[in-house]
Each structure stands twice: as structure tokens, then as C-alpha cells.
Write a protein that binds this ligand. Structure first.
Ligand SMILES: *Cc1c(COP(=O)(O)O)cnc(C)c1O
Length: 488
């Protein structure tokens, strides 16, 4: 008889081991969670790297408790928590419990959504969610799509479909138009599609950081006159820095006139599809050929959860490949792999499904409204503060700003150093987490608000901490003395 210890494998005979293991993990997680005291501990990269490097991967530990303890030391103890109200850095959301419950099933059962015979009901749960999202967009009965790993992959697939529509046109004649503030995955997709960096035409934005439709038209006309072919126009519904929503109806008109594919990157703004008060901000999205939605941003889902939704399922053809061993052309069953860039694929759809079945869409939308209202409230309260400089009023739920001391005359580079130092110290002390960005070459800080539990008091608190740290750093001689005293 085999002496091979098999209890590590998920199986009804090992249900007790599974329950003990998951139970230990849940206890460990809950006791840790209750002790979380802030968004971060401030662990620096070299120390984090050294801890991980010290592990001997060829020498396993003895038992689940030892493994959990080591895992904590290497990661969990220093984890950055997106549910903390002083976390306001990147586009990460606190996640909803129904989706976490689903994760247990997604991981344990391990259905793979590539073919019906590996997922059965899962195939149809995913399809219903695609249909549901398509209906929210305003697409008709021909709509289709598939879940993806994230907005970057959704954008890549959207552009692949656009490429498929003009497959006989040589790559060097093709152009993609996107605003200067569109997501970098547009550029990466162009590279991956073999179109080259120069194929992406960067269209200027207006004072609200939205694509300038007049400039787009000029650019389309100029390219066409040169014999180039507009392959796709990418509109962003919620830019990463400013949450700006490009003028979708005007872009849709131009896409029609120039016979270009119209892709809407709603990775961030997709949550507006369920907003009870702001759905109209997405007017014109129903005229897109393809839409990116990141449920792991504004639907409060755990990573990964995203989808590419198309108006006409026939356009998904460039993602289709028939393999004799998996999804033969004459397959009698529906196979999601026919629409996907991935083969083996997680059943991420179950998370959104259980979320909708528990909470309903309106509540998700109210969460989206809450963070958008929060950004407006904080801006209204703080915009007149003389030592805070906001670049723009919030469009969605971000605030781009910098600290500018009123009692010191600092030049541009000194202000950049000051703000970068403030951000690093917020992290190092575990006080708060904010992001950084540049606007026209000028260094700013950014708050991304995706936590419906945060109040204006919390966020104003972050800004007040920024000011307190800023004042201390500016007066503490941390900045090179040469830069102080220069006029800005
Ligand atoms: C986050 C984001 C993406 C990329 O999505 P991932 O899920 O991180 O791959 C694309 N576009 C926009 C506008 C985004 O904000």
C-alpha cells in the first residue's frame, strides 16, 4: 500500500483536514484583522526582500500553524489594507464579503471556465453576468463578452478585435487614437499587437482632463489625409488620475464617420453603470463596439474580476481558436474559451454573482455614489486652504493636489521633493497612504477614494496630516537648503 501522504489533496476523505486547515486560517486572519492599526506598517523593500530571501524553499515547515506564522512574518503583518480609511492611494477597493465567500468555492472547487465540460453551470453564470452588464451598458441582443484578468487584458482584447476588423490593412498604416490621459495599457496593447509605439496617437485633453473631441477630429482628418487608417478610438470613462469621462457621444460620432472601432475603457468608471444618481455620466457608452469594465475597482470585488463586453458577438472572432482536444469546431457544448485570450480561467464570475444575489446592484451603485460624493465634499471643504493646491475639481473619486507652504518660497524642484518626502513619510510611519502623479511635468500627490466607509472627516484628516508633515519637513532642513528661498 502506498505510504504517500495524500491528505493535502482536496477530497471528501480529507474533509477534516480541509476544515481544520481553513479553520486555522480563518482564526489567524480574524485575529490579525482585529489588530490592524493602520493602512500600512511602513516596511521598506530591502527588509521585506531579505525576509523572503532567507526562506529555504526546499525545507518545508512542520504544520499549518508554522506555515501561517511564517506567512504573516513575510507578508500579512505588513500587508497594505484597502479597507482602512487612511488608505487613499491607488485604485483598490475594500472588498465585499459575499465575494469572499464565493472565493472559497472558486478556489476549492477550481472550475475552469474554458469549456462547458469543466464548468457546467459556471459557464451560464458567467454568460448571465455578461448579458447583465451588456444590458446596463445599453447593448442589444447581439451583445456578448467574457470575463478577463483585469482592465489591461480587457483593453488588449478590445484592440485585438479592432485589429481583426481591418486585418488586411498593413500594421504600419493603422492608428489608434486615445487621449493623452488614457491608460498605458493602450500603448502596451499596441506593442503586443505588433503595431508599434508610433501607432498610438495621443489626443490632447481639455481643462477637465477629458479628450478634446475637436482635436480628435483634426487628428483623424490629418491621419486619413496621409493615407493612414484609423483602426480604433479609445475613450476613457474615468481616467486613472482625474476620473475624467471623455465625451462619449462626440467620440461615437467620429468613430462612425471615420469607420473606426470605438472602445470605451470604463475600468474605473464602470461602477457608474449601477449608480442610482450618476448613470447619465456614461451617456453614449451604448454606442461603443467594446467596453472594459473592472469589477475589481468600482464593484468592490476581489482581484481579479474584469470583463470585455462587445456590442456584436460576431466581432469576438479574432479571439477564437479551435483545438481538437478542447473546443473542436463541431463541439456540441458552449465553450467560453472561444471568446477568451486565456485558456484555463478562474471562475471569477461567481464572486460578482454572489455579490449581486446578496446585495443587489443598487447598493453597489450607492457605494459608488458615496465615494464620488465624498470626493466632492472634501474638495469643497479644503479647496480654499492656502497651503493646498488642487489641480481640478473631482470628476469621479480622486483628488490631485500638492502641499505648498505659505511661509516659505520654494521653487518647483523643492516643492516636488517636499511632496515626495511627505508621501514617503506617510508610508514609513504607517499614518496614511496616498499616491503620486505628475501633471504637465509637475509633481503632485493623489487621493483615490474607493472606500464607502471613509468619511469627509477621515479624508480631511489625511490632508491635515499631509500639511503637518509638510510643515515639519519644510522647516526641518530635510530639503536641500539651496532650494529654499528661491521664489516659485
Ligand atoms: C486600472 C485601469 C486599467 C487597468 O486595469 P487592471 O485591472 O489594473 O489591469 C485600465 N484603464 C483604466 C482607466 C484604469 O484605471
Amino acid at each position: 500500500m502506498s505510504q504517500l501522504p495524500l491528505h493535502h489533496l482536496f477530497h471528501p476523505d480529507h474533509a477534516d483536514h480541509y476544515a481544520d486547515s481553513i479553520g486555522s486560517g480563518l482564526d489567524h486572519l480574524l485575529s490579525h484583522l482585529k489588530g490592524v492599526a493602520g493602512p500600512a506598517t511602513g516596511r521598506q523593500p530591502d527588509e521585506a526582500a531579505a525576509r523572503v530571501a532567507a526562506v529555504d524553499l526546499d525545507e518545508p515547515l512542520d504544520g499549518v500553524d508554522a506555515v501561517l506564522a511564517e506567512m504573516s512574518e513575510l507578508w500579512l503583518d505588513d500587508a497594505v489594507w484597502f479597507h482602512e480609511t487612511r488608505y487613499a492611494a491607488h485604485l483598490n477597493c475594500p472588498v465585499v464579503v459575499p465575494a469572499l465567500l464565493a472565493e472559497l468555492f472558486v478556489a476549492s472547487v477550481n472550475s475552469s471556465l474554458d469549456t462547458f465540460d469543466q464548468s457546467v453551470g459556471g459557464t451560464f453564470i458567467e454568460r448571465r453576468l455578461v448579458e447583465w452588464t451588456a444590458e446596463r451598458i445599453g447593448f442589444g441582443a447581439t451583445a456578448d463578452g467574457v470575463f478577463t484578468s483585469g482592465g489591461s487584458q480587457s483593453n488588449l482584447q478590445g484592440l485585438l478585435l479592432a485589429r481583426g476588423r481591418v486585418e488586411r490593412t498593413p500594421a504600419e498604416r493603422l492608428r489608434i487614437f486615445a487621449s493623452a490621459e488614457s491608460h498605458f495599457s493602450v500603448q502596451k496593447s499596441a506593442r503586443l499587437l505588433g503595431l508599434g509605439d508610433e501607432s498610438v496617437i495621443s489626443v490632447p485633453t481639455d481643462e477637465r482632463h477629458r479628450l478634446d473631441a475637436v482635436a480628435l477630429e483634426r487628428s483623424l482628418a490629418a491621419c486619413t489625409a496621409m493615407g493612414l487608417r484609423p483602426m480604433a478610438i479609445v475613450a476613457t470613462a474615468g481616467t486613472t488620475d482625474f476620473g475624467a469621462i471623455d465625451p462619449l457621444p462626440a467620440i461615437a460620432d467620429l468613430a462612425r464617420v471615420y469607420d473606426a472601432w470605438f472602445h470605451v475603457d470604463a475600468a474605473y468608471g464602470g461602477g457608474l453603470l449601477v449608480s442610482p444618481t450618476r448613470r447619465s455620466r456614461l451617456e453614449g457608452i451604448d454606442r461603443a463596439d467594446s467596453v472594459t469594465v473592472d469589477y475589481h475597482k468600482t464593484f468592490f470585488q476581489p482581484v481579479s474580476s474584469s470583463a470585455i463586453i462587445v456590442r456584436d458577438r460576431a466581432t469576438l472572432r479574432p479571439a477564437t481558436w479551435h483545438a481538437d482536444y478542447l473546443n473542436p469546431r463541431d463541439s456540441a457544448t458552449p465553450n467560453q474559451v472561444d471568446k477568451s485570450l486565456q485558456t484555463t480561467r478562474r471562475f471569477d464570475a461567481l464572486k460578482l454573482w454572489m455579490t449581486l444575489r446578496t446585495m443587489g446592484p443598487d447598493l453597489i451603485g450607492q457605494y459608488v455614489d458615496a465615494v464620488a460624493d465624498l470626493a466632492l465634499a472634501v474638495h469643497a471643504q479644503m479647496r480654499e486652504e492656502p497651503d493646498l493646491e488642487f489641480v481640478a475639481a473631482p470628476e469621479l473619486s480622486t483628488l490631485v493636489f500638492r502641499y505648498v507652504p505659505t511661509d516659505l518660497a520654494l521653487d518647483g524642484p523643492a516643492l516636488a521633493t517636499l511632496n515626495t518626502t511627505i508621501r514617503a513619510e506617510l508610508y514609513a510611519t504607517g499614518t496614511a497612504m496616498v499616491a503620486a502623479t505628475r501633471v504637465d511635468g509637475v509633481q503632485y500627490l493623489k487621493l483615490t477614494l474607493l472606500n464607502p466607509m471613509a468619511t469627509a472627516h477621515d479624508i480631511v484628516g489625511i490632508l491635515d496630516t499631509v500639511r503637518a508633515f509638510g510643515a515639519r519637513i519644510a522647516h526641518g532642513g530635510v530639503l536641500a537648503s539651496a532650494t529654499i528661498g528661491a521664489t516659485r
